[in-house]
Design a protein around this ligand. Structure first.
Ligand code: AMP
Length: 280
């Protein structure tokens, strides 16, 4: 497996593969890989002939005061893991390579990006759409893999690909969790012992919400109220948002009616964690 840092090196490899009629899968990540990323890479390896994984902590999607500098990084461990999973190429560019000093072109989306995480992270999705567009242009994959863990991001990427006629199949993959339920995340490493325990309130509340729906709750505001109340029983937790939105436009809705996305962001100490469930 090769690790390259220049777009031209990726293009050269992919050009050769495509000349041989091979299908290319792509998994964009910010590194510090865990089994959540692993599930995407595995799916990509199963469904394509060649797989590119990008590892890039994208400065543009972090707002002021967010964790850009402290975001965990471990290229050695990551590359061993990617190799073990059977991917073919890691693209690991430097920020200066991706963003020239006079960079001034952005991909911006209205609507879908304004609620949920977009409310407390106003520049986030512009950064995500811009970097994913750049990576798509560099890699030119047939298929790209994203986790349902970042449900809003998955919906945004699907919409961007449709709206801008990108010839790429977007594949969504289910949330991978720790044995005790906590959704796997590179940011879980920020948690102290007591915070790690407190963070279980997210997945417990997701299960609670799913059960309320299974038991017949039809009022989305009631669902959100009961879920919020449950999170507030955990003293180390502070709710950023709990919302029920329609699964297509991501707009708030009063009715529990498929397709529905129930999503939350919760601070455990200083660490902001997200989780969600979908009713399809
Ligand atoms: P990140 O490195 O956090 O930018 O994530 C890269 C990709 O991995 C995104 O598409 C995420 O949605 C996905 N991902 C991260 N954590 C998980 C998880 N626990 N389960 C499934 N996918 C995940």
């Amino acid at each position: 497996m090769n690790i390259v840092s220049e777009p031209a090196q990726v293009r050269a490899a992919v050009r050769e593969w495509k000349a041989n009629g091979l299908r290319v899968g792509f998994v964009p990540t910010m590194g510090y890989l865990h089994e959540g990323h692993g599930s995407l890479i595995r799916a990509a390896c199963e469904q394509n002939d060649k797989v590119v994984v990008s590892i890039f902590v994208n400065p543009m999607q972090f707002g002021p005061g967010e964790d850009l500098e402290s975001y965990p990084r471990d290229m050695e461990r990551d590359s061993a893991y990617v190799e073990q999973l059977g991917a073919d190429l890691i693209f690991h560019p430097q920020p200066e390579t991706m963003y020239a000093e006079d960079f001034c072109t952005f991909v911006d989306m209205t609507g879908l990006t304004e609620g949920l995480c977009g409310k407390s992270r106003p520049v986030h999705f512009r950064g995500v759409c811009t970097i994913v567009t750049k990576l798509f242009h560099i890699v030119q994959p047939d298929r790209a893999y994203f986790g349902q863990k970042d449900a809003q991001q998955l919906a945004v990427i699907r919409r961007m690909v449709r709206d801008l006629d990108m010839d790429i199949e977007v594949v969504g993959c289910p949330i991978v969790r720790e044995p005790d339920g906590l959704a796997k995340s590179s940011r879980n490493t920020y948690l102290s012992g007591p915070e790690r325990q407190a963070a279980l309130i997210l997945s417990q509340t997701i299960r609670f919400g799913e059960q309320l729906v299974a038991d017949g709750e039809t009022d989305a505001r009631e669902l959100v109220r009961k879920m919020t109340e449950k999170i507030e029983t955990e003293p180390l937790a502070r709710v950023d948002y709990v919302e029920a939105v329609d699964g297509r436009m991501l707009q708030p809705t009063d009715r529990v009616k498929a397709p529905l996305l129930v999503a939350m962001a919760v601070y455990i100490g200083k660490t902001r964690l997200i989780d969600n469930f979908m009713i399809e």
